[in-house]
Design a protein around this ligand. Structure first.
Ligand code: ADP
Length: 302
């Protein structure tokens, strides 16, 4: 089952254009939707999850019209929203049972089995009797996946799931996501490049409501080969380097400032070529150096 989004647009009443002609084709597997805060990711996720209306455009999941046939979508959907509220005094098992009833799993024995399997899958079985209010951030997010997987969804939407998790919890959460069936369309919305790098076979970059780029992460990275250059600079030089070059990122590495610059040829003395990674590709895209259409002729710089 494929998710097809065509020219989806949304403007909020205050004038913010959150989505502008978003077109995406998403096959089963993990799809990373990467973009900075405010890009429109949550708006897109909420629209697909039937929680808000678009102004125009279309979306289909298989032959289901996502924007019109909301009941059908809800039967196929699992959703972990960005701000996932829990009843703090209820145990994980109790809430999951309750949500399973709401999902229509009415047979008590079947429900017990489903709940127990999901608690195992998300590594929460030992904590099933504990109040949700006592859960760590990582446990909470794993519980979020457990409830999203109720009813065997064909479309699973997870919105910014790793924000605020410590490194160990992130690894656990990644492992959980990567074990989800290959025939499910999983959309992972995030501003964290490594989430996409570690998990996704397909991705898109969204910024200011527009899709800037789609494709396989590795292919996107490959297009930058020979175009990313590195130099360590003194803090006092940074402004000059930024004015003279197409800087895509600056980062402190062991107390020194490391600059990555985009350029079809060497930007000059002191720069050395680096193997691009997904972070370079992401920042180069956001800064307008990489796009789906053939790149424009190089602008003179310096
Ligand atoms: P992201 O999830 O990528 O951070 P959002 O979809 O939350 O992006 O937001 C996209 C843009 O729409 C932002 O500029 C945000 O401020 C604006 N926005 C989001 N929700 C609303 C709303 N309910 N009313 C007005 N503007 C909104």
């Amino acid at each position: 089952m494929e998710l097809r989004i065509q020219k989806l647009s949304k403007r909020y009443p205050n004038g913010t254009q959150a989505l502008a002609d978003v077109t995406l084709a998403v096959k089963p597997g993990m799809f990373g939707l990467l973009g900075p805060n405010g890009a429109g990711k949550s708006t897109l996720m909420r629209t697909l999850a039937t929680l808000q209306e678009a102004d125009s455009g279309s979306a289909t999941l298989g032959d289901v019209d996502v924007l019109r046939d909301k009941d059908a979508v809800r039967r196929l959907l699992g959703y972990l929203p960005q701000d996932f509220g829990l009843y703090p005094k209820v145990s994980a098992e109790e809430l999951l049972e309750h949500l399973a009833v709401l999902k229509g799993i009415s047979h008590a024995k079947e429900r017990k089995q489903v709940v127990s399997a999901l608690l195992n899958q998300t590594n929460l079985h030992a904590a099933r009797k504990k109040a949700l209010g006592s859960f760590s951030g990582g446990m909470r997010q794993r519980f979020g996946i457990a409830q999203a997987l109720l009813g065997n969804p064909r479309l699973l939407i997870v919105d910014e799931p790793t924000a605020g998790l410590d490194p160990e919890e992130r690894v656990r959460f990644h492992n959980l996501l990567s074990d989800i069936g290959r025939d499910v369309v999983v959309i992972l919305s995030t501003h964290i490049v490594s989430d996409v790098h570690e998990l996704c076979s397909q991705m898109a970059v969204l910024d200011k409501g527009r899709v800037l780029l789609t494709g396989e992460p590795q292919a996107i990275i490959s297009r930058l080969t020979g175009r990313i250059w590195r130099r360590f600079v003194e803090k006092t030089e940074l402004a000059t380097v930024q004015a003279e070059h197409r800087v895509i990122s600056t980062r402190l590495v062991m107390g020194r400032t490391r600059v990555h610059v985009y350029g079809e040829s060497s930007p000059g003395a002191g720069f050395e070529p680096v193997e691009p990674d997904l972070e370079d590709a992401y920042f180069a895209t956001i800064k307008g150096h990489v796009q789906d259409a053939p790149p424009p002729t190089t602008q003179a710089v310096g």
